[in-house]
Design a binder for this molecule. Structure first.
Ligand code: FES
Length: 107
């Protein structure tokens, strides 16, 4: 059964920004929003750009390469040229640690 894994400290990511992080075999884009942290797959479905360095507004991120927007809560693709949604991860904060629930076995 999957368990939460620490991927960052809350202070590592300024409010309104994201980071590309690795968690086991998964590439994660972690974002710090007004109401907490959100994590989605770090791979734009248009042409594979990392989403962690995209432009955050509210609960949306715009891909830095061609501007496709994704929902940070669900991973849904909101605008073209994205071809489909990305995974969204469950996130929790324990003390200062930001943790996600991985979707693949951690080895
Ligand atoms: S790679 Fe993200 S919009 Fe093109």
């Amino acid at each position: 059964m999957a368990e939460f894994v620490t991927i960052a400290q809350a202070s590592d990511i300024p409010l309104g920004e994201g980071r590309s992080l690795r968690c086991g075999k998964e590439d994660i884009a972690l974002f710090h929003c007004e109401d907490g942290f959100y994590a989605i797959e770090d791979f734009c479905t248009h042409a594979g750009a990392p989403l962690g360095n995209g432009f955050v507004e509210g609960h949306r991120v715009a891909c830095a390469w061609h501007g496709a927007e994704f929902c940070l809560k669900t991973g849904e693709a909101l605008t073209p040229p994205a071809f489909g949604q990305v995974k969204a991860y469950e996130v929790r904060v324990q003390g200062t640690a930001v943790q996600i629930l991985p979707q693949q076995e951690q080895t």
